[in-house]
Design a binder for this molecule. Structure first.
Ligand code: PDD
Length: 284
């Protein structure tokens, strides 16, 4: 079946989906995006993603291209036309098309594109992955989900070249911010579940927020604070969270085993809770 994309009010064959060369997303990375998981035909945490999109747009003074209710209709239509049961939807809004000039165009009309694709469903028996650490070289507003992702791209490429799944970015003071496309978690040597608090330093992941809610509901103590590479090296367990990784155990850090080198018990519990949470998503 051929894929269908949404581009500015039209559903077009994916291969023919294009935008203008003067699109500010193309020239300046002047835009925002969301990636939403589809689990058994349902959008996972749809409202959380739309709230974050609203925040990203607001921070960059980009207008909503259409009311959120209309955007929801388009998302469902993209899923339907692509017959996605398990997968992801990618949604991007740029400031629009205008002759190249750094300052905002006077009458900007944002450009919205959406694509969707099938992916493997969430596997609660997921194997552990390797993570490397790299220097944090991004700007200081990582809370905005912009399409300006070059440092993330370079980091992920380095991870791939070194046979790792993800790269955790480390500030000059030795604190880990997050992964190139996921949030970072550890269970410390003292058994404390830690993830960095939401701030301008990280993207406040929707999966991260869901796992925080689930852990709290289950009475698992959790601390939101920065943690260092040293702490992570000594950690009993580690994992990443994201829309595309769900909850994924990290079993090696910079080549050394994390804990006993197997997915840890608390990580496995959280994976179970998250699997049940996915099955509980409201019907669209
Ligand atoms: N990335 N941190 C960064 C830098 C990210 O790019 C992402 C998600 C996350 C996790 O956020 P969430 O749980 O809302 O997916 C954290 C998406 C999946 C991507 O760029 O493909």
């Amino acid at each position: 079946m051929s894929r269908v994309a949404y581009v500015q009010g039209r559903y077009v064959p994916h291969q023919e989906a294009t935008t203008h060369i003067d699109d500010r997303g193309y020239q300046f990375a002047d835009g925002v995006y969301e990636v939403v998981a589809i689990h058994r035909g349902r959008l996972v945490d749809e409202q959380g993603h739309l709230d974050r999109l609203n925040r990203s747009l607001g921070e960059l003074c980009i207008g909503w291209p259409m009311p959120p209710s209309a955007l929801k209709v388009v998302m469902r239509e993209v899923i339907r036309r692509n017959r996605i049961h398990n997968g992801i939807i990618y949604l991007q809004i740029t400031r629009g098309i205008a002759p190249r000039n750094h300052a905002f165009p006077k009458t900007p009309e944002s450009v919205t594109v959406m694509t969707a694709r099938s992916t493997a469903p969430f596997d609660p028996d997921v194997k552990g992955v390797s993570v490397i650490t790299i220097p944090e070289i991004r700007w200081t507003r990582r809370d905005i989900k912009t399409i300006s992702l070059l440092p993330n791209v370079l980091g992920k490429q380095q991870a791939e070249e070194e046979g790792a799944y993800e790269a955790w970015m480390v500030e000059e003071n030795g604190q880990i911010t997050e992964g190139t496309s996921s949030n970072a978690w550890i269970v410390t040597v003292d058994g404390e579940l830690v993830t960095r608090q939401a701030s301008h330093a990280i993207l406040n992941g929707i999966t991260r927020l869901a796992v925080i809610r689930l852990a709290t509901e289950e009475g698992i103590e959790l601390v939101e604070r920065p943690f260092s590479v040293d702490e992570a090296r000594k950690a009993r367990e580690a994992f990443v969270t994201s829309t595309t990784s769900f909850v994924k155990p990290v079993v090696r850090l910079d080549g050394d085993p994390v804990g006993d080198g197997e997915p840890g018990p608390l990580t496995r519990r959280l994976i179970e809770y998250y699997a049940a949470y996915l099955d509980d998503q409201d019907a669209a």
